[in-house]
Design a protein. Structure first.
Lengths: 581, 177, 280
């Protein structure tokens, strides 16, 4: 089944209230019982820059944005062509613009979308303190079938502090827009939904990330602000305080990572969140956490690289640094969230993994899911809580071995304060006691131990999300990870709607690699397409290095910031199957 | 410690003398042991042996002293409140006075200097104290230090002339971390 | 006088590990290790309630030579590790040990912000004006005309970093300079530094016998500072204006700024309350 959905963009220059309008619309959709996904794009300005809110509404959970938009509601045209690549339009799309701001720029008209004039500023002008963005919202509500009562409730919530007059003015503008939209051309409408569709949440990927680490047991966070990870920290700071934890704003990322190493060494589960540039700075100390066996979680909300790159936009290009960036042989854990809600699951799981293995766990999310807000089914309660194997009492006559050889590779860790077990944790290679050693035998034994605890751990079924299309797996697979999973899932549905069989394999556990599990997942698969948002195809190369892929495996990769649309993946799937038919 | 000036230069009670002696002998035994460790770590066996012998001598001394102290309630004296004030105890060789090419002769001379200071410390107490018990014990301690000095004089006499030449290292220092 | 049994629970030796230092004989760091163990014994702190954190360098080897909890991290990052540890575990006494290169060059930014943040730590910097572990290169505190390194054969030509001036300006709450030629007084000042709330900076002139043998003359160059500490930062700053780096043995400055410690709005909240805010 393909998803019955409607996709639209609200765009405008700074001060037009585009971002606010998007949020109000999302909240109103939530009140109406719909599901939704909203992402944003903006210019480089701190204030006043052009912005676009991209939304998709449906009566069932939304996995990704669609290939194109049904509606572009332009409050004005200022610099809108900067976004034209991010706002794919078709001949069926409708551009609604305000004649007061002139004609739609040619850059938007490549595919001949339909156009309609809508005098938002003029309508707003008739209402005291009426704003064009509220007029636009009224029109959108009328066009997509959103009940005005839903907006009424949201506006009341949002403008409570500004007083009844502000609420009335906003709603007057909304209703004026709603009424004036009657003459506009049609776009798809969604049916009203019974509110019994189960409990739903409104959450961003970055908030879900914060909640996941708190659920996992993290109570200490040190971090340095960086786009697009800052919202993780902004959510965590007050939230940690409420559950007896704390967030410290550090002087730089070198300090962030080392502060959390210190806190975790002290027995308090700890994490930090950053983006590519910050991760680069943390790499040396991640190696320290590997060598000293200090559990911690680092979330990298990926953005376009290299260097400062494009701070506000998404890319899946930190895979290499996350997996290979550390010097020396440094076994560690890399996991990746594959949706807004999976940010919660994966970060909670990461805390569990890090604590259980006394090793650093990197979590890769990205700007697209991190800054996207979704109306989604309430995520499940998870049992993962970080649990560390600790040494609690000295053994008579025995000197404590912090890095004792064990079958699992995990050694009981003495937490400072425990009598008789004082030791020095060391980033220098060491023997079982932690005493620095440059002997080959100590290095090899400790390397084996650090490697063993990661490679032999039981990751269960969480290593990947595997989904077969409704008509069966057939012999074709889509192999993907992270944010590309959403459009891939939808491609699988569309493929099935046309009778096509395929299996989706979305890797959550990036490292250590799981060749045996992958072999089972690929059993009977003869063709595969590897989908990722990376210019150099980092994921494809990694799969090639560690897994036996089907003989016919093609790589579908593109650099950011443009996300894949479901049809883009579907086309590749069809091409793959046509070629082998 | 009392800050009474009349009391600040000497020792007039037995527990106080014992506390000083215990601290001094403990530190001397530890220091000779640490210097022996240093020299062993740096493969200087001959010098290490000298310090190890001195450590043993101090430990024996310390054993007797500990026995003597076991029935006495000793006062707690902070490191900076001992009569040797603001210095380590007289019998202790300063860490920065040694170097890794220290010759046996230099080691003996260093030890000699500090054993002599220790003897002088006890002799000084014996001279100035107003307590006869303290005087008696201080004299005994001074005599024991004199015994160590006697050994050192004998070791110095045994020191070969070639020893002083062994101070060149043909290898440069190494890079570590 | 308190009796031995009442007060003195620990001897200095109780804070030393069985590991033998690899420092060169004659190194000032031996004295610092001894002063730390003497200070801890005097404070009668149970070894398991103390942690020593370090980065990389000769002096950063200290944690393993103690019997307390230790953490030997990477170059320049001891202060953030210690900050995280102390904030997460305020019940511990946390010391940081390191050298001039570790603290003032690669870790310079952390030094500034540790002074500013004023977490209750004691930072003991063994300053020998040279990188010992890498065979004797100029450090941030080296004189500009020192020509002893192949890396800077004509000298660095750069004026040395002034740890106490910078520490004071950045907000350190306790500042002292001591010399390894004065071991007992060093222990006394360490006791004061550990007891003083907030960030305490103790600069130790600790000669490098191998790469800067001339520093052994420091024992004759240093002089005991003539005045006692001030609680007035401006007065301390004026004293530093005429300081040649060899005034030792006294505390320069004791501030009264409260140590950094985040406040919690309500630590009895539950995760369910956090989740409720997302529910529609």
């Amino acid at each position: 089944m393909t998803i019955n959905s409607v996709s639209l963009v609200i765009a405008g220059s700074g001060g037009a209230g585009v971002v606010t309008a998007g949020s109000l619309l999302l909240d109103a959709a939530a009140k109406a019982g719909w599901y939704a996904l909203m992402s944003r794009s903006s210019g480089p300005q701190i204030r006043g820059g052009e912005a676009a809110a991209m939304l998709r509404f449906a009566t069932e959970p939304v996995m990704s944005l669609d290939d194109s938009f049904h509606l572009l509601m332009a409050i004005d045209w200022d610099n809108i062509t900067r976004f034209s690549a991010e706002i794919p339009l078709t001949a069926a799309s409708l551009i609604v613009g305000d004649p007061a701001h002139g004609e739609a720029p040619a850059g938007l008209l490549g595919n001949n979308p339909r156009q309609a004039a809508f005098p938002m500023s003029e309508i707003a002008g008739r209402i005291e303190t009426g704003r064009p963005n509220m007029v636009a919202l009224g029109a959108i509500a009328a066009m997509i079938g959103l009940p005005p009562e839903a907006m009424q409730a949201v506006v009341e919530d949002n403008l409570k502090r500004k007083g009844q007059a502000a609420i009335d003015a906003s709603m007057a503008a909304f209703h004026a827009g709603f009424a004036a939209a009657a003459h506009l051309p049609a776009i798809p409408r969604l049916p009203a939904v019974a509110t019994s569709s189960g409990p739903r949440w409104s959450i961003t990927g970055n908030e879900a990330t914060g909640l996941g680490v708190i659920r996992g047991g993290v109570r200490f966070v040190a971090a340095y602000p960086i786009t697009p990870a800052t919202e993780v920290l902004e959510w965590l700071a007050p939230s940690l305080a409420k559950v007896g934890g704390m967030l410290v704003q550090a002087e730089d990322e070198l300090a962030s990572i080392n502060q959390i190493i210190g806190a975790s060494y002290g027995g308090v589960p700890a994490m930090t969140a950053t983006s590519g540039p910050g991760l680069s700075l943390m790499i040396e100390s991640l190696g320290l956490a590997v060598a000293a066996e200090v559990p911690l979680v680092v979330v990298d909300v990926m953005r376009v690289g290299p260097s400062t790159g494009i701070a506000t936009k998404s890319e899946q290009s930190d895979l290499n640094i996350a997996v290979y960036g550390l010097h020396g042989d440094a076994p560690h854990i890399v996991v990746a969230a594959n949706s807004v809600s999976d940010c919660l699951f994966t970060t909670q799981w990461a805390v569990h993994l890090a604590e259980a293995m006394q090793a650093p766990a990197l979590v890769l999310t990205d700007q697209a899911m991190g800054q996207a807000r979704a109306i989604l089914p309430k995520p499940a309660e998870l049992a993962f809580i970080g649990q560390r194997l600790t040494a609690t009492a000295a053994v008579e006559g025995e000197r404590y071995k912090r890095y004792a050889m064990t079958g699992s590779g995990v050694s009981p860790m003495a937490i400072p304060g425990t009598p008789g077990l004082a030791h020095t944790a060391d980033g220098l290679e060491h023997n079982e006691f932690g005493t620095p050693s440059s002997q080959a035998s100590d290095h090899l034994a400790q390397m084996d131990k650090r490697s063993r605890k990661i490679s032999q751990f039981n990751y269960g079924d969480h290593w990947a999300d595997i989904e077969d299309s409704e008509v069966g797996a057939g012999d074709t697979a889509i192999i993907t990870w992270g944010s590309s999973t959403g459009p891939a899932r939808e491609a699988l549905r569309r493929h099935a709607a046309a009778g096509g069989k395929a299996r989706l394999i979305s890797l959550r556990l990036i490292a250590p690699v799981q060749p045996e599990k992958m072999a089972v997942a690929l059993n009977g698969i003869k063709r595969a397409v590897v989908v990722e948002q990376s210019h150099s195809g980092q994921f494809h190369r990694m799969l090639r290095a560690f897994y036996d892929l089907p003989a016919k495996t093609v790589s579908l990769h593109q650099g950011g910031p443009l996300a894949f649309g479901p049809n883009q993946i579907l086309e590749q799937l069809n091409e793959l199957n046509a070629g082998s038919a | 410690m009392s800050d009474d000036p009349s009391n600040s230069e000497t020792i007039n009670t037995l527990p106080e003398l014992l506390a000083h002696a215990l601290a001094m002998e403990t530190e001397a035994a530890e220091r000779y042991g640490e210097l022996a460790d240093q020299m062993e770590t740096h493969r200087k066996a001959a010098v290490a042996k000298i310090f190890r012998r001195l450590e043993q001598a101090e430990k024996e001394h310390l054993g007797e002293l500990t026995e003597m102290c076991s029935k006495v309630d000793l006062p707690h004296i902070a490191p900076w409140d001992f009569k040797w004030r603001h210095n380590e105890s007289p019998e202790v060789i300063d860490f920065t006075k040694v170097h890794y090419q220290l010759s046996v002769r230099e080691a003996i001379l260093l030890a000699f200097e500090h054993e002599r200071k220790a003897a002088e410390f006890y002799a000084g107490i014996a001279q100035t104290t107003t307590d006869t018990e303290v005087q008696k014990l201080a004299r005994q301690f001074a005599a024991e230090e004199q015994q160590h000095i006697g050994w050192l004089e004998a070791w110095l006499a045994e020191c070969g002339p070639g020893d002083a030449l062994a101070t060149e290292d043909p290898d440069p220092p190494l890079c570590q971390e | 006088m308190e009796s031995c049994a009442q007060k003195k629970k620990y001897a200095a030796k109780d804070y030393k590990s069985e590991l033998k230092p690899i420092w060169c004989p004659g190194c000032g760091d031996y004295t610092v290790l001894n002063a730390i163990t003497r200070a801890l014994a005097e404070l009668a702190l149970p070894p398991e309630e103390v942690a020593v954190v370090s980065g990389i360098g000769c002096s950063s080897r200290i944690p393993a030579y103690t019997s307390v909890y230790g953490f030997h991290g990477v170059h320049g990052r001891a202060l953030p590790v210690a900050t995280g540890l102390k904030l997460a575990r305020p019940d511990l006494t946390v010391l940081v040990t390191g050298g001039d290169g570790d603290g003032f060059s690669i870790g310079g930014n952390h030094f500034l912000h540790a002074c500013r943040r004023n977490v209750d730590l004691t930072y003991i910097v063994m300053d020998n004006q040279v990188y010992g572990m890498t065979k004797g290169q100029a450090s941030p505190t080296t004189a500009p005309d020192w020509e002893g390194s192949k890396l800077t054969p004509e000298g660095t030509g750069i004026n040395p970093f002034q740890p106490l001036v910078v520490g004071l300006a950045a907000g350190a709450n306790f500042i002292a300079r001591v010399s390894s030629s004065d071991p007992i007084n060093m222990a006394k000042i360490m006791v004061e530094a550990i007891r003083h709330p907030g960030f305490s900076l103790v600069q130790v002139l600790s000669p490098c016998v191998t790469f800067r043998p001339e520093q052994q003359e420091w024992r004759d160059t240093v002089r005991t500072a003539v005045v006692d500490y001030t609680d007035d930062a401006a007065r301390a700053a004026r004293r530093l204006m005429t300081d040649d780096g060899f005034n030792v043995g006294k505390v320069l400055y004791k501030g009264s700024r409260p140590p950094f410690r985040p406040e919690f709005e309500n630590s009895n909240g539950s995760i369910a309350e956090l989740e409720a805010r997302f529910a529609l």
